[in-house]
Design a protein. Structure first.
Length: 401
């Protein structure tokens, strides 16, 4: 007996049959004596389809109107799910983000949740209703609907769990949990029983697309324990929390990210302030830089290379061309045929030789490393894009077998 928040993603509610399946999961939880708040995303590819429709009419539509459009996707899924729950004979009500009290910042398209005014939610729960809430949306100070950024429903669920002090927050998806690698590509990938918030954050950022990374940040901040599990197979999933059993595996995951580009600045003057000037130009345009490598200065010049997200590559190159001109450097180059492969594991903080083992795996697969970056719980290498899958397989084999 408690309060359980359950979130279902787009694939879990893609069609009538799936919606009925979700209704059964929710009502089974309710029958066990729990209060249940359900957060849902738009069905299947609805959000993408809506964006396409908008583009046909006006590719430069304002973000406000885009949010007005996109929030409609979740309105469809909450009402359909509520109807499914009614059909099974249970008390239920569906609420849009604003009805559920989601107050957000005013930035359309990537609003932040400021707070949840829980009165209405609490009121409905007190009447023993199952409450179905539209994920991904809220209301700003202009009384306009906003969206939280793609994949934002996970964050909606965590925010509700935190605001209502829920006993559990379950994120249902189309995989059975968090794996040591993408199970569609690595057949012997292992499902993790538990993973820390920090590891999950790294994996989420690295493109293991089970959880949206803002939702993990929020879960960590408010200490909301998450369970990632399948809506199609009824089995325990993976628990995401602050601390996990220390006798766990050294490595909790191998991930690849092919949405990266490497930019090289060649022949820069070897003097103070060069890195500062280059990276502040990128920062001013909100371009995130990841791995950075600087060569040893020789004959008064040095090179700096770094990675950015592929879709900001061209903008970064344009900025760097201006910069090179202003400082008297030689050249700017971009390489988009690269991939970042990383291992993540809280255990690596206390174990030596993890990097060597990873490099040995790459050597064994004849893969050349072009850049390396490390943090306390992560080691990333930049390699040629065509080697990415082989690299993940070789590294996974070495550490997990
Ligand atoms: N429907 C929204 C999207 O596709 C939100 C979500 O799926 O979490 O981005
Ligand atoms: Mg979606």
């Amino acid at each position: 007996m408690g309060l359980i928040v359950q979130k279902f993603g787009g694939t879990s509610v893609a069609d009538a049959e799936r919606v009925m399946n979700v209704a059964r999961i929710v009502t089974d939880t309710y029958k066990q004596g729990n209060n249940v708040v359900v957060v849902v995303s738009a069905q299947g590819d609805t959000t993408d389809d809506l964006i396409e429709k908008a583009k046909e009419i006006n590719p430069n539509a304002s973000k406000r109107e885009m949010d007005m459009l996109m929030t409609a996707g979740e309105q469809i899924s909450i009402s359909l799910l509520a109807m499914a729950i009614q059909k099974l004979g249970f008390p239920v009500i569906s609420l849009l983000g604003w009805q559920a009290g989601f107050v957000t910042s005013s930035v359309y398209g990537s609003a932040r949740i400021r707070r949840i005014e829980t009165e209405r939610l609490q009121n409905e729960l007190d009447q023993n209703k199952i409450v179905v809430v539209a994920g991904f949306q809220g209301l700003n100070k202009y009384d306009d609907m906003t969206t939280l950024g793609r994949g934002g429903s996970d964050t909606s669920a965590v925010a509700i769990a935190s605001a209502l002090h829920a006993d559990k927050c379950q994120i249902f998806t189309d995989v059975e949990g968090v794996y040591t690698a993408d199970p569609r590509k690595i057949p012997n990938a292992v499902k993790l029983e538990e993973i820390t918030y920090d590891e999950m954050l790294e994996l989420a950022t690295l493109g293991a697309q089970v959880l949206n990374n803002r939702s993990v940040e929020m879960a960590k901040k408010y200490n909301v324990e998450l369970e990632v599990l399948s809506s199609l197979v009824r089995k325990p999933g993976t628990i995401v929390k602050e601390n996990v059993n220390m006798e766990k595996m050294l490595i909790s995951g191998v991930a690849k990210d092919t949405q990266v580009a490497r930019i090289s600045l060649v022949g820069l003057p070897d003097e103070p302030g060069i890195a500062f000037q280059a990276f502040s130009r990128l920062a001013a345009k909100n371009i995130n830089v990841d791995i950075i490598l600087q060569s040893i200065g020789r004959d008064g010049t040095k090179d700096i290379s770094f990675t950015v997200a592929k879709d900001s590559g061209d903008e970064a190159v344009a900025l760097m061309k201006d910069f090179i001109k202003s400082c008297g450097g030689k050249d700017v180059a971009i390489d988009k045929d690269v991939a970042k492969v990383s291992i993540v594991g809280a255990g690596m903080e206390t174990h030596a030789g993890v990097a060597a083992k990873m490099f040995e795996a790459l050597y064994g697969a004849h893969i050349n490393i072009r850049m390396i970056a490390t943090s306390e719980i992560k080691i990333s290498v930049l390699i040629n894009a065509e080697d990415a899958d082989a690299a993940v397989a070789a590294i996974h084999d070495k550490f997990i077998g």
